[in-house]
Design a protein around this ligand. Sequence first.
Ligand SMILES: NC(=O)c1ccc[n+]([C@@H]2O[C@H](COP(=O)([O-])OP(=O)(O)OC[C@H]3O[C@@H](n4cnc5c(N)ncnc54)[C@H](OP(=O)(O)O)[C@@H]3O)[C@@H](O)[C@H]2O)c1
Length: 344
Amino acid sequence: MLDEQRATIGRLGVDARIIGVVTRRHGRVYSPRGVDATMVADMVERGDCIGSPGASATPRSPGSAAAFIRDVTARRAAAARQGRLVVIETTPLDIARGQPAIGHVRAALDGGAHVITANKGPAAFAYRSLARAAERANRRFLFEGAVMDGVPIFNLVRETLPAVTITGFRGVVNSTTNYILTAMERGERFDAALASMQRAGIAEADPSFDVDGWDAAAKTAALANVLLDARLTPASVGREGIADITPQRIAAARAAGCRVKLIASAERRGGTVRARVCPVNVPADDLLAGLEGQQNAIVFQTDLLSEIAIVQRGSGLTQTAYALLSDLVAIGRPTGSVRRQGHP
Ligand SMILES: NC(=O)c1ccc[n+]([C@@H]2O[C@H](COP(=O)([O-])OP(=O)(O)OC[C@H]3O[C@@H](n4cnc5c(N)ncnc54)[C@H](OP(=O)(O)O)[C@@H]3O)[C@@H](O)[C@H]2O)c1
Protein backbone atom coordinates (compact mmCIF):
# COMPACT_ATOMS: atom_id res chain seq x y z
CA MET A 1 0.00 0.00 0.00
CA LEU A 2 2.91 2.33 0.70
CA ASP A 3 4.07 1.76 -2.89
CA GLU A 4 0.59 1.89 -4.37
CA GLN A 5 -0.33 5.12 -2.61
CA ARG A 6 3.05 6.82 -3.00
CA ALA A 7 1.70 9.53 -5.32
CA THR A 8 -1.32 10.21 -3.11
CA ILE A 9 0.61 10.52 0.12
CA GLY A 10 3.27 12.51 -1.76
CA ARG A 11 0.64 15.14 -2.46
CA LEU A 12 0.11 15.33 1.30
CA GLY A 13 3.81 16.03 1.71
CA VAL A 14 4.67 12.53 2.94
CA ASP A 15 7.45 10.36 1.57
CA ALA A 16 8.58 7.17 3.30
CA ARG A 17 10.83 4.21 2.67
CA ILE A 18 11.14 0.98 4.63
CA ILE A 19 14.69 0.54 5.97
CA GLY A 20 14.26 -2.52 8.16
CA VAL A 21 11.96 -5.47 8.83
CA VAL A 22 12.14 -7.90 11.73
CA THR A 23 10.00 -11.01 12.21
CA ARG A 24 9.81 -13.87 14.69
CA ARG A 25 10.72 -16.85 12.48
CA HIS A 26 11.56 -15.29 9.11
CA GLY A 27 14.68 -13.33 9.97
CA ARG A 28 15.38 -9.63 9.66
CA VAL A 29 16.74 -7.20 7.13
CA TYR A 30 18.23 -3.71 7.44
CA SER A 31 19.13 -1.53 4.49
CA PRO A 32 19.39 2.26 4.90
CA ARG A 33 18.84 2.71 1.14
CA GLY A 34 15.46 0.99 1.38
CA VAL A 35 14.05 -2.52 1.60
CA ASP A 36 12.01 -3.94 -1.28
CA ALA A 37 8.81 -4.75 0.62
CA THR A 38 7.29 -6.85 -2.17
CA MET A 39 10.39 -9.02 -2.32
CA VAL A 40 10.39 -9.41 1.48
CA ALA A 41 6.71 -10.41 1.47
CA ASP A 42 7.36 -12.95 -1.30
CA MET A 43 10.25 -14.46 0.66
CA VAL A 44 8.13 -14.80 3.82
CA GLU A 45 5.38 -16.35 1.73
CA ARG A 46 7.87 -18.97 0.51
CA GLY A 47 9.05 -19.62 4.08
CA ASP A 48 12.51 -18.15 3.43
CA CYS A 49 14.56 -16.07 5.83
CA ILE A 50 14.37 -12.44 4.69
CA GLY A 51 17.92 -11.50 5.62
CA SER A 52 19.50 -14.33 3.70
CA PRO A 53 17.95 -15.57 0.46
CA GLY A 54 17.62 -19.34 0.39
CA ALA A 55 17.94 -19.75 4.17
CA SER A 56 14.93 -21.33 5.92
CA ALA A 57 12.86 -19.60 8.56
CA THR A 58 14.05 -20.26 12.13
CA PRO A 59 12.66 -19.30 15.54
CA ARG A 60 14.34 -16.30 17.18
CA SER A 61 14.82 -15.82 20.87
CA PRO A 62 12.19 -13.65 22.62
CA GLY A 63 13.22 -10.01 22.86
CA SER A 64 15.30 -10.08 19.70
CA ALA A 65 12.90 -7.77 17.86
CA ALA A 66 13.27 -5.18 20.65
CA ALA A 67 17.05 -5.49 20.28
CA PHE A 68 16.69 -4.95 16.52
CA ILE A 69 14.61 -1.81 17.14
CA ARG A 70 17.23 -0.50 19.58
CA ASP A 71 20.00 -1.26 17.09
CA VAL A 72 18.27 0.41 14.13
CA THR A 73 17.19 3.50 16.10
CA ALA A 74 20.80 3.88 17.32
CA ARG A 75 22.17 3.57 13.76
CA ARG A 76 19.61 6.09 12.53
CA ALA A 77 20.02 8.45 15.48
CA ALA A 78 20.21 11.55 13.27
CA ALA A 79 16.88 10.72 11.56
CA ALA A 80 15.38 9.89 14.97
CA ARG A 81 16.46 13.27 16.37
CA GLN A 82 14.72 14.97 13.45
CA GLY A 83 11.52 12.99 14.08
CA ARG A 84 11.88 11.13 10.75
CA LEU A 85 11.97 7.57 12.06
CA VAL A 86 8.83 5.47 12.55
CA VAL A 87 8.49 1.93 13.91
CA ILE A 88 5.40 0.03 12.73
CA GLU A 89 4.50 -2.80 15.09
CA THR A 90 2.21 -5.63 13.89
CA THR A 91 2.86 -8.63 16.13
CA PRO A 92 -0.11 -10.76 17.27
CA LEU A 93 -2.01 -9.91 20.46
CA ASP A 94 -0.90 -11.60 23.67
CA ILE A 95 -4.09 -11.54 25.74
CA ALA A 96 -2.31 -12.20 29.06
CA ARG A 97 0.16 -9.31 29.13
CA GLY A 98 0.19 -7.43 25.83
CA GLN A 99 3.80 -8.42 25.19
CA PRO A 100 6.09 -8.31 23.26
CA ALA A 101 4.26 -5.41 21.60
CA ILE A 102 4.51 -3.13 24.66
CA GLY A 103 8.27 -3.72 24.79
CA HIS A 104 8.55 -2.94 21.08
CA VAL A 105 6.65 0.34 21.54
CA ARG A 106 8.90 1.31 24.45
CA ALA A 107 12.07 0.43 22.54
CA ALA A 108 10.90 2.57 19.61
CA LEU A 109 10.10 5.59 21.79
CA ASP A 110 13.34 5.20 23.77
CA GLY A 111 15.21 5.31 20.46
CA GLY A 112 13.46 8.54 19.43
CA ALA A 113 11.14 6.93 16.85
CA HIS A 114 7.43 7.54 16.44
CA VAL A 115 5.46 4.33 16.76
CA ILE A 116 2.38 2.92 15.04
CA THR A 117 0.78 -0.37 15.96
CA ALA A 118 -2.23 -2.39 14.78
CA ASN A 119 -1.90 -4.54 17.91
CA LYS A 120 -4.55 -3.93 20.60
CA GLY A 121 -2.19 -4.91 23.41
CA PRO A 122 -0.32 -1.62 23.97
CA ALA A 123 -3.49 0.49 24.32
CA ALA A 124 -5.40 -2.27 26.15
CA PHE A 125 -2.69 -2.91 28.77
CA ALA A 126 -0.44 0.13 28.99
CA TYR A 127 -2.04 3.13 27.28
CA ARG A 128 -1.38 5.64 30.00
CA SER A 129 2.30 4.89 30.53
CA LEU A 130 3.03 4.60 26.79
CA ALA A 131 1.19 7.85 26.01
CA ARG A 132 3.23 9.52 28.76
CA ALA A 133 6.48 8.06 27.40
CA ALA A 134 5.57 9.33 23.92
CA GLU A 135 4.82 12.79 25.29
CA ARG A 136 8.14 12.89 27.15
CA ALA A 137 9.96 11.83 23.99
CA ASN A 138 7.95 14.32 21.89
CA ARG A 139 6.95 11.47 19.57
CA ARG A 140 3.60 10.05 18.41
CA PHE A 141 2.15 6.72 19.61
CA LEU A 142 -0.72 5.84 17.24
CA PHE A 143 -2.84 2.67 16.97
CA GLU A 144 -5.79 3.38 14.66
CA GLY A 145 -5.78 -0.22 13.37
CA ALA A 146 -6.40 -1.68 16.82
CA VAL A 147 -10.19 -1.19 16.55
CA MET A 148 -12.29 -1.45 13.36
CA ASP A 149 -9.23 -1.44 11.08
CA GLY A 150 -8.82 1.86 9.21
CA VAL A 151 -12.25 3.24 10.08
CA PRO A 152 -11.42 6.36 12.07
CA ILE A 153 -12.22 5.84 15.74
CA PHE A 154 -9.33 7.27 17.72
CA ASN A 155 -8.64 9.75 14.86
CA LEU A 156 -12.28 10.77 14.80
CA VAL A 157 -12.25 11.76 18.43
CA ARG A 158 -8.72 13.20 18.48
CA GLU A 159 -8.96 15.23 15.27
CA THR A 160 -12.60 16.19 14.92
CA LEU A 161 -14.22 16.38 18.34
CA PRO A 162 -12.37 19.09 20.23
CA ALA A 163 -14.02 19.97 23.56
CA VAL A 164 -16.39 16.99 23.33
CA THR A 165 -16.26 14.51 26.22
CA ILE A 166 -17.05 10.89 25.44
CA THR A 167 -19.05 9.54 28.36
CA GLY A 168 -19.60 6.00 27.09
CA PHE A 169 -19.92 3.77 24.07
CA ARG A 170 -21.52 0.56 22.90
CA GLY A 171 -20.82 -1.36 19.76
CA VAL A 172 -20.25 -4.51 17.77
CA VAL A 173 -16.47 -4.70 17.40
CA ASN A 174 -15.76 -8.34 16.49
CA SER A 175 -16.48 -9.45 12.91
CA THR A 176 -16.26 -13.21 13.45
CA THR A 177 -18.92 -13.33 16.18
CA ASN A 178 -21.28 -11.04 14.27
CA TYR A 179 -20.87 -13.24 11.21
CA ILE A 180 -21.65 -16.38 13.26
CA LEU A 181 -24.73 -14.82 14.89
CA THR A 182 -26.19 -13.64 11.58
CA ALA A 183 -25.37 -16.98 9.90
CA MET A 184 -27.23 -18.79 12.72
CA GLU A 185 -30.28 -16.62 12.00
CA ARG A 186 -30.24 -18.10 8.48
CA GLY A 187 -30.18 -21.59 9.99
CA GLU A 188 -26.44 -22.22 9.59
CA ARG A 189 -24.66 -24.20 12.32
CA PHE A 190 -22.29 -22.39 14.71
CA ASP A 191 -19.32 -24.60 13.77
CA ALA A 192 -19.88 -24.20 10.02
CA ALA A 193 -20.07 -20.41 10.31
CA LEU A 194 -16.90 -20.29 12.41
CA ALA A 195 -15.13 -22.55 9.89
CA SER A 196 -15.96 -20.17 7.02
CA MET A 197 -14.51 -17.25 9.02
CA GLN A 198 -11.35 -19.30 9.59
CA ARG A 199 -11.11 -20.14 5.87
CA ALA A 200 -11.47 -16.44 5.04
CA GLY A 201 -8.61 -15.59 7.43
CA ILE A 202 -10.91 -13.33 9.48
CA ALA A 203 -11.10 -15.42 12.68
CA GLU A 204 -8.09 -15.16 15.02
CA ALA A 205 -5.56 -18.02 14.84
CA ASP A 206 -7.09 -19.29 18.10
CA PRO A 207 -10.86 -18.87 17.45
CA SER A 208 -11.65 -18.88 21.18
CA PHE A 209 -10.21 -15.31 21.17
CA ASP A 210 -13.25 -14.31 19.11
CA VAL A 211 -15.89 -16.73 20.36
CA ASP A 212 -15.17 -16.20 24.08
CA GLY A 213 -15.15 -12.42 23.71
CA TRP A 214 -11.42 -11.86 24.37
CA ASP A 215 -10.82 -9.89 21.16
CA ALA A 216 -13.84 -7.66 21.93
CA ALA A 217 -12.66 -7.27 25.55
CA ALA A 218 -9.21 -6.14 24.40
CA LYS A 219 -10.79 -3.59 22.04
CA THR A 220 -13.15 -2.44 24.81
CA ALA A 221 -10.22 -1.93 27.19
CA ALA A 222 -8.29 0.00 24.52
CA LEU A 223 -11.30 2.21 23.71
CA ALA A 224 -12.10 2.84 27.38
CA ASN A 225 -8.48 3.60 28.29
CA VAL A 226 -8.07 6.09 25.46
CA LEU A 227 -11.50 7.68 25.22
CA LEU A 228 -12.81 7.41 28.80
CA ASP A 229 -9.49 7.79 30.61
CA ALA A 230 -9.95 4.35 32.20
CA ARG A 231 -7.29 2.02 33.58
CA LEU A 232 -8.61 -1.30 32.32
CA THR A 233 -7.02 -4.44 30.98
CA PRO A 234 -8.89 -7.05 28.92
CA ALA A 235 -9.28 -9.17 32.08
CA SER A 236 -11.06 -6.35 33.95
CA VAL A 237 -13.76 -6.11 31.27
CA GLY A 238 -16.82 -8.18 32.24
CA ARG A 239 -16.90 -10.86 29.56
CA GLU A 240 -19.32 -13.43 28.21
CA GLY A 241 -18.82 -14.87 24.73
CA ILE A 242 -21.22 -16.47 22.26
CA ALA A 243 -20.23 -20.14 22.75
CA ASP A 244 -23.50 -20.85 24.61
CA ILE A 245 -25.80 -19.10 22.13
CA THR A 246 -28.24 -21.69 20.80
CA PRO A 247 -30.48 -21.61 17.72
CA GLN A 248 -33.39 -21.51 20.20
CA ARG A 249 -32.10 -18.28 21.79
CA ILE A 250 -31.66 -16.72 18.33
CA ALA A 251 -35.20 -17.74 17.32
CA ALA A 252 -36.70 -16.45 20.59
CA ALA A 253 -34.97 -13.09 20.12
CA ARG A 254 -36.31 -12.89 16.53
CA ALA A 255 -39.83 -13.69 17.74
CA ALA A 256 -39.54 -10.82 20.23
CA GLY A 257 -38.47 -8.40 17.47
CA CYS A 258 -34.77 -8.48 18.45
CA ARG A 259 -31.43 -9.75 17.15
CA VAL A 260 -28.73 -11.25 19.34
CA LYS A 261 -25.52 -9.20 19.12
CA LEU A 262 -22.23 -9.42 21.01
CA ILE A 263 -22.20 -5.94 22.49
CA ALA A 264 -19.08 -4.24 23.83
CA SER A 265 -19.84 -1.30 26.08
CA ALA A 266 -18.31 1.01 28.64
CA GLU A 267 -19.56 3.94 30.64
CA ARG A 268 -17.94 6.47 32.90
CA ARG A 269 -19.91 7.14 36.11
CA GLY A 270 -18.15 9.60 38.37
CA GLY A 271 -14.70 8.25 39.06
CA THR A 272 -15.23 4.75 37.71
CA VAL A 273 -15.53 3.17 34.29
CA ARG A 274 -17.51 -0.04 33.93
CA ALA A 275 -16.98 -2.11 30.80
CA ARG A 276 -18.41 -5.35 29.53
CA VAL A 277 -18.78 -7.63 26.54
CA CYS A 278 -21.84 -9.88 26.38
CA PRO A 279 -24.59 -11.14 24.07
CA VAL A 280 -27.61 -8.82 24.15
CA ASN A 281 -31.09 -9.03 22.57
CA VAL A 282 -30.99 -5.76 20.62
CA PRO A 283 -34.33 -4.30 19.42
CA ALA A 284 -34.62 -4.39 15.61
CA ASP A 285 -34.82 -0.59 15.29
CA ASP A 286 -31.43 -0.12 17.02
CA LEU A 287 -28.58 0.76 14.62
CA LEU A 288 -26.51 -2.11 16.03
CA ALA A 289 -29.26 -4.62 15.21
CA GLY A 290 -28.91 -3.76 11.52
CA LEU A 291 -25.32 -5.04 11.27
CA GLU A 292 -25.01 -8.03 8.95
CA GLY A 293 -22.15 -10.50 8.59
CA GLN A 294 -18.76 -8.99 9.33
CA GLN A 295 -20.03 -5.44 9.81
CA ASN A 296 -19.03 -3.49 12.92
CA ALA A 297 -20.24 -0.24 14.48
CA ILE A 298 -19.74 1.87 17.57
CA VAL A 299 -22.17 4.36 19.07
CA PHE A 300 -20.52 6.99 21.27
CA GLN A 301 -22.36 8.84 24.00
CA THR A 302 -21.08 12.40 24.29
CA ASP A 303 -21.78 15.45 26.42
CA LEU A 304 -22.24 18.00 23.61
CA LEU A 305 -23.32 15.97 20.57
CA SER A 306 -25.59 13.36 22.12
CA GLU A 307 -24.94 10.07 20.28
CA ILE A 308 -22.56 9.68 17.32
CA ALA A 309 -22.25 6.40 15.41
CA ILE A 310 -19.65 5.09 13.00
CA VAL A 311 -20.25 1.96 10.91
CA GLN A 312 -17.78 -0.32 9.14
CA ARG A 313 -19.40 -2.12 6.21
CA GLY A 314 -16.30 -3.80 4.80
CA SER A 315 -13.24 -5.21 6.52
CA GLY A 316 -10.05 -6.91 5.43
CA LEU A 317 -6.33 -6.52 4.99
CA THR A 318 -6.63 -3.42 2.80
CA GLN A 319 -8.53 -1.69 5.60
CA THR A 320 -5.90 -2.73 8.17
CA ALA A 321 -3.07 -1.56 5.92
CA TYR A 322 -4.92 1.74 5.48
CA ALA A 323 -5.02 2.17 9.27
CA LEU A 324 -1.21 1.98 9.33
CA LEU A 325 -0.92 4.30 6.32
CA SER A 326 -3.27 6.89 7.83
CA ASP A 327 -1.20 6.91 11.04
CA LEU A 328 1.95 7.30 8.96
CA VAL A 329 0.43 10.28 7.12
CA ALA A 330 -0.64 11.80 10.46
CA ILE A 331 3.00 11.60 11.58
CA GLY A 332 4.69 12.57 8.32
CA ARG A 333 2.44 15.30 7.04
CA PRO A 334 4.08 18.71 7.41
CA THR A 335 2.45 20.57 10.28
CA GLY A 336 0.04 23.23 9.13
CA SER A 337 -0.46 21.59 5.73
CA VAL A 338 -3.98 21.88 4.37
CA ARG A 339 -5.70 18.64 3.47
CA ARG A 340 -6.85 18.52 -0.14
CA GLN A 341 -10.36 17.19 -0.56
CA GLY A 342 -11.49 15.01 -3.45
CA HIS A 343 -9.48 13.70 -6.36
CA PRO A 344 -6.48 15.58 -7.71
N1 LIG B 1 -5.32 -9.12 9.99
C1 LIG B 1 -6.21 -8.15 10.23
O1 LIG B 1 -7.14 -7.94 9.47
C2 LIG B 1 -6.03 -7.23 11.42
C3 LIG B 1 -6.93 -6.19 11.63
C4 LIG B 1 -6.73 -5.30 12.70
C5 LIG B 1 -5.68 -5.49 13.56
N2 LIG B 1 -4.83 -6.56 13.37
C6 LIG B 1 -3.75 -6.75 14.30
O2 LIG B 1 -2.50 -6.61 13.61
C7 LIG B 1 -1.54 -7.48 14.18
C8 LIG B 1 -0.94 -8.34 13.10
O3 LIG B 1 -1.94 -9.13 12.51
P1 LIG B 1 -1.61 -10.11 11.32
O4 LIG B 1 -2.90 -10.69 10.87
O5 LIG B 1 -0.73 -9.43 10.31
O6 LIG B 1 -0.74 -11.22 12.10
P2 LIG B 1 0.22 -12.33 11.52
O7 LIG B 1 -0.13 -12.62 10.09
O8 LIG B 1 0.24 -13.43 12.52
O9 LIG B 1 1.66 -11.64 11.47
C9 LIG B 1 2.33 -11.34 12.65
C10 LIG B 1 3.77 -10.93 12.31
O10 LIG B 1 4.44 -10.64 13.55
C11 LIG B 1 5.67 -11.35 13.57
N3 LIG B 1 5.99 -11.64 14.98
C12 LIG B 1 5.29 -12.39 15.85
N4 LIG B 1 5.89 -12.39 17.06
C13 LIG B 1 7.00 -11.63 16.93
C14 LIG B 1 8.04 -11.27 17.81
N5 LIG B 1 8.07 -11.68 19.08
N6 LIG B 1 9.02 -10.47 17.34
C15 LIG B 1 9.03 -10.06 16.05
N7 LIG B 1 8.07 -10.37 15.16
C16 LIG B 1 7.06 -11.15 15.60
C17 LIG B 1 5.44 -12.60 12.76
O11 LIG B 1 6.68 -13.11 12.29
P3 LIG B 1 6.76 -14.61 11.71
O12 LIG B 1 5.91 -14.63 10.48
O13 LIG B 1 8.19 -14.81 11.38
O14 LIG B 1 6.22 -15.51 12.78
C18 LIG B 1 4.57 -12.02 11.62
O15 LIG B 1 5.38 -11.40 10.65
C19 LIG B 1 -2.25 -8.27 15.29
O16 LIG B 1 -2.02 -7.67 16.54
C20 LIG B 1 -3.72 -8.15 14.90
O17 LIG B 1 -4.60 -8.27 16.01
C21 LIG B 1 -4.97 -7.41 12.30
